[in-house]
Design a protein around this ligand. Structure first.
Ligand code: GLN
Ligand code: ZN
Length: 772
């Protein structure tokens, strides 16, 4: 017998901020270009928020969030809310008594300016959204600045909507922060919990006084493995917050994965409601909740519509989940699994989409309809939504059977992969000998990571080609000119292994996605990456294959211009998945294998065309690591397998490189070894080559190119500085297995600093060569 009250509500935790025409981007960038009119920016954002509330209300969302909007980032908003402003930003923008002062300080923290460095930026859990990392120390002068949540609540209230303000919860806020540079040895931001909880308590009372009935506290950090001290901190913080008098009801939200050990803490707390994710690996929340005997009388908000991906939901399955949840809580409401911030706005905005495929997709706007339908199904019974559920089932069946999705030849090929396909002919030791003879490189060979500066001219040429105002022949000629210049520059610097410079690539994933069958590009599927930066991730729609070579023409043209080896440049299978929306109808491992086979064809074609060095970039390998430790081994197994599958089809004499960006490599060192690339380049300049010692300790058997130039800065390192980096590296790692290269691609830098740095880099390598 169910104790659930018959009515359920439709809600969401957040909605895309940008506006249907990316008005937010335009308005913020206009403000950055000319800061004299803050009111114009503020008026635009008020208008955008008003439209969002209207849209959500009209769609049938009954409990609408507020404060999920942000001018730049919600973690930055939380830092400002709590007064966690680093001294350098206070000092550069001391006066925040005016709207312009407030904006200028906020954007100084977000983006820096000519006097001050911004906060660091990093990925928000397993999404491609980046948040700004709060910097905290024992001296952080917390003080509540409640203006934003109160104002946004009042705006909607005055328009007749009582919203549910959304805040980053105190535990997650501190776990996402990093110690300020002067915080002192061993300082842990979580030690500040007792200092920020009273600010939350104060804010809760103010929101209640303003009329808020519910407030949502987001604690996604709970979906990661947390030690007992964190769970104790959680218990303590929420004991305090739930004891606040005259407070709104509190909904604690977790998303992106299962809540694990935190579940009993939440269940036993005095929280009024808990929001849990029930899609993907988080579907395990259902069994856990059942085993725990449910949430008692608390409200459960069930995230049953995937907020992290773009597929139309299986409504029948979601209803099954919702019905199983009945009886496990005082009341069950329906939501997306996470904020809809991570999906594009609206399928209807697509200008170039086959209507059949459109029916398989659900962007943010479509997900609202799904949530409303499911809520009705839960409240009024399945019969009330039978038409929608049946129509959806038919569409999903059509999708599953579509020749765009299922390509037997691809599936057979993937099924026929053998262990031999995952291994080079000989072990590294032998390959190394053969490659040294063939390539005849000096000790400490020099190279770059692939791209060269993307000049306005290149971007214009690509845009003109797309717009049809530049014909393909002229475009080809323009790219060839660029490649010729880039090769000539590199010969001038004296680099040993050259690159063609990637002038033809808009983006390292999109470029390949556009050429592979099984991928779909969107015209308007913008998703916020950070601040005013939006990306349009491609969609992996069906079985992936390569109809024809993708890079061979560029690489061979470049090679024809020089006697030095030119390095072919591809994006690896893990990254091709990580920065796309992936299929939900088969395991990622299967999709990765198909992509790997397509890339394997490209790798062997490059080899056949005379390219002797081929780099397969995997910058996303570390960041795609599952949130829960228990899921990592399985992920790393398929990640490594797909890399090996894409690169093992070549002869011993062909040298395979890979590249990864900054990351804490500790958890993936063994995987990096298992990838068995002949050479790996890694970002290392900012960490002063620490990674080289880590690799030495792990007995990394192959070759390494630790970056000696921090690509995030235009500052040119001197010969002496690079020499010093190289000495640190050669002290701990055999020189004959070291390469000399900058960090990451050069595409975001300008030619002046690239020229100077690479000249210095070659000089430093020459100097160190004579000394080891
Ligand atoms: N080959 C790419 C480039 O140089 C690698 C970029 C990256 O690692 N993110 O731009
Ligand atoms: Zn990189």
């Amino acid at each position: 017998m169910s104790t659930t009250s018959p009515t359920s509500l439709a809600t969401v935790y957040g909605y895309p901020r940008q506006g249907s025409n990316r008005e937010l981007k335009k308005a913020t960038e206009a403000y950055w270009a000319d800061t004299s009119d803050p009111e114009r920016l503020l008026a635009t954002t008020r208008q955008l928020r008003r439209e969002r509330v209207e849209l959500l209300r009209a769609a049938g969302i009954e409990e609408i969030p507020s404060n999920d909007f942000s001018l730049y980032d919600h973690v930055l908003d939380a830092a400002v809310l709590l007064g966690a402003i680093p001294p350098r930003h206070r000092e550069t923008v001391p006066d925040v008594s005016t709207p312009q002062g407030r904006l200028d300080r906020y954007f100084a923290m977000a983006r820096g300016n000519d006097q001050v460095e911004p906060l660091e930026m990093t990925k928000w859990f397993d999404t491609n959204y980046h948040y700004l990392v709060p910097e905290l120390g024992p001296d952080t002068a917390f003080a509540l600045d409640p203006d934003k949540p109160l104002r946004e609540f009042a705006e909607a209230r005055d328009a007749g909507v009582i919203t549910r303000p959304v805040l980053v919860g105190p535990v997650t806020f501190l776990l996402l922060a990093k110690p300020a540079a002067d915080a002192g040895e061993g300082f842990e931001p979580l030690s500040l919990l007792d200092r920020i909880v009273p600010l939350y308590a104060d804010l809760l009372q103010r929101l209640r006084a303003a009329g808020a009935e519910w407030v949502q506290l987001d604690e996604p950090a709970l979906v990661q493995d947390q030690p007992a001290v964190v769970l104790d901190a959680l218990r303590g913080a929420y004991a305090t917050l739930t004891a606040v008098v005259d407070r709104p009801k509190l909904l604690l939200a977790t998303y992106f994965d299962r809540v694990g050990d935190a579940l009993p803490v939440l269940r036993d707390s005095d929280l009024d409601g808990v929001a849990l994710d029930f899609v993907g690996p988080a579907a395990a929340n259902l069994a856990a909740l059942t085993a725990a005997g449910g949430l008692g009388g608390k409200r459960l908000v069930a995230g049953v519509v995937n907020g992290h991906n773009i597929w139309a939901a299986d409504l029948a399955a979601a209803l099954d989940t919702l019905e199983s949840l009945r009886g496990l809580a005082g009341r069950v409401d329906v939501s997306a699994s996470c904020s809809l911030l991570h999906v594009p706005l609206d399928v209807a905005l697509e200008r170039d989409l086959d209507p059949e495929i459109a029916g398989w997709l659900a962007f943010a706007r479509q997900k609202l309809d799904e949530i409303v339908t499911l809520t009705r199904g839960l409240t009024a019974g399945r019969a009330a939504v039978a038409d929608a559920v049946n129509a959806r089932a038919e569409r999903l069946a059509a999708r599953a059977a579509s020749p765009l999705v299922r390509v037997d030849a691809v599936r057979h090929r993937a099924a026929a992969v053998t262990d031999a396909d995952l291994h080079r002919a000989s072990p590294y030791g032998k390959r190394d000998q053969i490659q040294s003879e063939q390539l005849n490189l000096p000790l400490l060979p020099t190279t770059t990571i692939g791209s060269f500066p993307q000049t306005p001219g290149l971007r214009q040429a690509r845009a003109a080609l797309r717009a049809g105002t530049l014909n393909p022949d002229s475009y080809l000629a323009a790219m060839r000119d660029e490649i010729r210049d880039v090769i000539a520059e590199q010969e001038e610097f004296g680099l040993d292994v050259l690159v063609h410079g990637e002038p033809e690539r808009n983006d390292m994933v999109q470029y390949f996605a556009e050429q592979l069958d099984g991928y779909l590009a969107t015209t308007d599927g913008w998703v916020q990456s950070y601040g005013s930066r939006y990306v349009r991730p491609p969609i992996i729609l069906g079985d992936v294959s390569r109809p024809k070579p993708m890079t061979v023409e560029w690489a061979t043209y470049a090679q024809s211009l020089t006697d030095k080896p030119v390095k072919g440049m591809l994006t690896g299978p893990v990254t091709m998945l990580a920065w796309s929306f992936v299929r939900d109808d088969q395991p990622r491992a299967d999709t990765a294998r198909q992509v790997a086979l397509a890339l394997r064809d490209e790798v062997t074609d490059l080899e056949a065309a005379g390219i002797r060095v081929i780099q397969v970039d995997e910058p996303a390998l570390r960041e795609t690591l599952p949130l829960r430790n228990a899921d990592r081994a399985d992920y790393l197994a398929w990640a490594v397998e797909s890399f090996r599958l894409s690169t093992s089809g070549v002869r011993d004499e062909t040298q395979i490189h890979t590249h990864m960006c900054y990351a804490e490599f500790g958890d993936v060192l063994q995987a990096i070894i298992d990838m068995d690339a002949d050479v790996i380049s890694l970002e290392a300049a900012r960490s002063k080559m620490a990674i080289v010692a880590d690799l030495a300790r792990a007995d990394y058997p192959n070759e390494v190119g630790p970056g000696v130039w921090d690509i995030h800065s235009p500052r040119v390192p001197s010969v002496a500085e690079i020499t010093e980096h190289l000495r640190v590296a050669t002290d701990v790692f055999p020189a004959r297995r070291l390469w000399v290269n900058p960090d990451c691609g050069l595409k975001t830098r300008g030619y002046p600093e690239v020229r100077e740095t690479l000249t210095n880099l070659v000089a430093a390598a020459r100097q160190v060569r004579t000394q080891v």
